[in-house]
Structures are given as structure tokens and as C-alpha cells.
Design a protein around this ligand. Structure first.
Ligand code: TA6
Length: 283
């Protein structure tokens, strides 16, 4: 139990000092530390650890809805729900959620969502599985809404999105094409890149190295930085914190939804790794 906020969390220990932390509330990862002890995940200093409020930062599990793509609250209710521990070991934990009767009133499909988090040497794996335990088809959109801590928003760049189409959330989800070789930030960015193949890489310009993001069954990639005005409008986010964070969110969003027949299972995953040499590689 985290002494600071009374919420239950699981601490995972990987090789050579690597570690991660996952709150049962929302199956919410709030820390991933490299084998050198560097914190790679951003959590706002003003985050509210009071269910059902989602923790600002870490990796909110957006399920069974990403964003406003449907009738539920923004990003669905999984991130605001209490998960149960299904199994665990020193470096891995599996948490599960079934909708309660309140939630079933809103979302009339029974499901079993499992979130498995495993920490390795400079590696974090987060795997989702959704079972359709109901009698009708289960449809959902989803995202691993990952907040990364970075050296400076002025130096960070994301590789792997060149030439890809995206929906611009700042322009009524207008369909655009990424013309730049890599994505940089000079203002608020809120884009859903669609059907992006291959790994993505975050270089923050520091000597920390590149973070590589490999996705399985999460074809879209959401990129977000609130910048100054949106940051000022979020009570659980510091006014200056936009300068040291970005969100890169593997998702089934714009190219969704997933449709599952009764009894079927969907799995998706993100595998994050810190590539120490990759940061300095100039492309
Ligand atoms: O990251 C994409 C996004 O949908 C943004 O539009 C912004 O709303 C962000 O998620 C945060 O949403 P939240 O509900 O956690 O404040």
C-alpha cells in the first residue's frame, strides 16, 4: 500500500535494478525505471490519487473506449476502476477487470479485461487481453495512454510517423498527412496517427538514449502534448509540466473498433525498451 495515498500498488523488480510500479486502481503503471535507475514515465506532481479519478500520468488503460469515440466517459471506465490481482511474480503481474452492474448499464457487454505488466532490463511489456464473456458481439476502442518524462519538449522528436495519415484533434479530426521526417513540438499537439507500421522511437535529445515502442495489434498511435493553455486548464497538471512530458499512446482508435464474437479473445501489447545508444544516432 502506497503510504502517500493509501492506494494498493504492486512493485515489480527486474534484473540489474530495473523496476516498475502498477496501481490496482485502473491497472495503472506509474513508474518504469531503467537498470540505471532512471525514471522513464511521467506522473504529474499534482496527480490526484483518489478513485475514481484517473491518475494524471503513467499509463492510463483506456478501455472499452478511447477518447470520445463512443457514448462512455472520456477514455472509458477501466482507468477509473479497481482491478483484481490474478497472478504475479517478482517481475510481472496480471490484473483483471469485469464490469460491475453500474458499468454494465452504460456498456451492455460483459467482458474480462486482463492487463499484464512485465519489467525487464531496460524493458517494459504491457499486454492487454479482452475476452468477450457475453452473448452478443463486443465492440471496443482502446489505448495505452502512455506519459513519458523527457528532458525538454523543445528537443524531443518521435520517429516512425513520417508520411503517415493522422486525424488532427485540434482541427475537428481533419485527416492530414505527416510531412516531417519526425514529429517535433512547437505548440499543442493532439493527433491520432492511423495504421502505423513498425516501431516508433522517442529521442529526447538527452544522453538517456531512445525509447523504442513496439506495438502488437495496436495499429494507431496517439501523440499529445497539452502545451501552455491546456496545461493551465488542468488542475491535476502543473503549468510548466508540458515542457517535460509527451504522450505516445498505442491504440485502436481511428482505425477501430475491435469487434469480438462471443467467446473470442483479443490481445494487444506495447513493448517499450530503452536503447542507450539509440539516442545519439542521427538519422
Ligand atoms: O491524449 C489524447 C487525449 O484524448 C487528448 O485529447 C486529451 O484529452 C488527453 O487524451 C487527456 O485526456 P484526459 O481525459 O486524461 O484528461
Amino acid at each position: 500500500v502506497d503510504a502517500a495515498n493509501g492506494l494498493k500498488k504492486v512493485v515489480l523488480k527486474g534484473p540489474q535494478g530495473a523496476s516498475a510500479e502498477v496501481y490496482l486502481h485502473g491497472a495503472h503503471v506509474t513508474s518504469w525505471k531503467s537498470s540505471a535507475g532512471e525514471e522513464l514515465i511521467f506522473v504529474s506532481k499534482k496527480a490526484v490519487f483518489k478513485p475514481p479519478k484517473a491518475i494524471r500520468g503513467g499509463v492510463p488503460v483506456c478501455f472499452p473506449q478511447f477518447g470520445g469515440f463512443g457514448p462512455l466517459q472520456q477514455h472509458g471506465f477501466a482507468r477509473n476502476s479497481a482491478f483484481e490481482v490474478v497472478s504475479g511474480s517478482a517481475d510481472s503481474v496480471t490484473l483483471a477487470l469485469r464490469p460491475d452492474e453500474e458499468q454494465l448499464k452504460l456498456f451492455q457487454h460483459d467482458f474480462l479485461l486482463k492487463v499484464m505488466v512485465t519489467v525487464g532490463a531496460d524493458r517494459l511489456e504491457q499486454r492487454l487481453s479482452a475476452d468477450n464473456t457475453g452473448s452478443g458481439p463486443l465492440q471496443f476502442t482502446t489505448a495505452l495512454h502512455t506519459y513519458y518524462t523527457i528532458d525538454s519538449i523543445h528537443n524531443v522528436r518521435i520517429e516512425g510517423l513520417a508520411g503517415r495519415e493522422y486525424l488532427d484533434n485540434l482541427a475537428d479530426k481533419r485527416r492530414c498527412t505527416e510531412a516531417a521526417p519526425d514529429v517535433r513540438f512547437a505548440g499543442e499537439v493532439d493527433r491520432i496517427y492511423l495504421d502505423v507500421p513498425g516501431p516508433l522511437r522517442i529521442m529526447d535529445g538527452s544522453s538517456r538514449g531512445a525509447i523504442e515502442v513496439v506495438r502488437e495489434n495496436l495499429p494507431d498511435a496517439v501523440v499529445w502534448n497539452p502545451w501552455i493553455d491546456k496545461a493551465a486548464g488542468m488542475p491535476d497538471f502543473g503549468d510548466e509540466e508540458y515542457q517535460t512530458m509527451i504522450c505516445l499512446e498505442p491504440a485502436v482508435a481511428g482505425s477501430g473498433p475491435v469487434e469480438l464474437a462471443p467467446g473470442a479473445t483479443w490481445t494487444g501489447a506495447q513493448v517499450l525498451s530503452l536503447d542507450r545508444l539509440g539516442g545519439s544516432k542521427q538519422l
